[in-house]
Ligand binder design. Structure first.
Ligand SMILES: Nc1ncnc2c1ncn2[C@@H]1O[C@H](COP(=O)(O)OP(=O)(O)O)[C@@H](O)[C@H]1O
Ligand SMILES: [Mg+2]
Length: 268
């Protein structure tokens, strides 16, 4: 009897040791995964920043040459410098996008009115949309959905989607973005559809990768959708994309609705 108890103790200790080993290995894997992501991100950032930095060098170099040669064409010099400024803005944008990306997990959460966030995103984009004859068709749920989350981040999501729709519709004869919200039990469904070029076949998953862009050098950072994906996931939601049969992309977002006893959202 004593002998069997001893065996059992040994076995239990052995199992515990193996479990610990497994936990350690898993922990190492998680760390390795994080490092891999960080490595990928760093390589991407280095690559992305390299391009505007090169351009800044070229434009400023041109300006220096013009001044050096005593070329009196002020306009030409200013043009070179303005081009350089634009590249500086692009580099800054890449950095600020990444900052937001890193912050995703540690922002405040409160009740947020989806209608208000959509309105804010639209008012921020107003000039850009009107200047390009882009129509907005709003079909908002009368239930005035509320989610628990971060208004600034959600606004960023909608701005990203609107910016992408704007770009995708550059050559469309009819430019229209339709935004609709629906409340189904405890979830809020949001749909952004546009009359643009649609997502090229086979790219439906890749468009969410960091730095994936089909836009020309200097046009896109490829970060919009990857940040959007991160924010939606962080809100316990999901995002998917499809093309409309008539052409144009449809982004579908599903977010958990705030529980019934949630206080009313503060006005933004
Ligand atoms: N509404 C859309 N219609 C067509 N293609 C889109 C749309 N939104 C995103 N895409 C595709 O997804 C890519 C990645 O988008 P995003 O991550 O926002 O980066 P960026 O806009 O800087 O290219 C775009 O380059 C484009 O190819
Ligand atoms: Mg974008």
């Amino acid at each position: 009897m004593i002998h069997i108890m001893g065996d059992l103790r040994d076995t239990t200790a052995e199992i515990q040791r193996r479990e610990q080993e497994l936990r350690d290995k898993q922990e190492q894997l998680v760390q390795a995964g994080k490092l891999a992501t960080l490595g990928e991100l760093t390589t991407g950032v280095a690559h992305e920043l390299n391009n505007p930095l090169n351009n800044i060098g070229l434009f400023v170099g041109n300006a220096v040459d013009l001044v050096d040669l005593g070329v009196a064409d002020r306009e030409r010099i200013v043009r070179e410098l303005k081009n350089a400024m634009q590249q500086v803005r692009k580099a800054t944008e890449i950095i600020s996008h990444l900052r937001t990306f890193g912050r995703v997990a540690s922002v405040s959460r409160e009740p947020v009115s989806i209608d208000q966030v959509i309105e804010r995103a639209l008012s921020l984009m107003q000039e850009q949309l009107r200047g390009r004859d882009i129509e907005i068709d709003l079909d908002l749920s009368p239930a005035a959905p509320v989610v628990v989350g971060n208004a600034i981040q959600l606004e960023q999501v909608f701005i990203n989607l609107l910016t992408n729709a704007r770009d995708a519709m550059a050559d469309s004869p009819r430019k229209m973005v339709r935004i609709s919200t629906r409340v189904v039990h405890d979830v809020v469904d949001l749909v952004f559809s546009d009359t643009g070029s649609g997502i090229p076949e086979g790219l439906e998953q890749r468009i969410f990768d960091p730095f994936f862009t089909t836009k020309e050098v200097g046009q896109g950072t490829g970060l919009g959708l990857s940040i959007t994906y991160g924010i939606i996931k962080d809100h316990g939601g999901a995002i998917a994309v499809a093309n409309r049969p008539q052409g144009g992309a449809v982004f579908q977002i599903r977010l958990p609705r705030a529980p019934a006893d949630t206080p009313a959202p503060a006005a933004v």
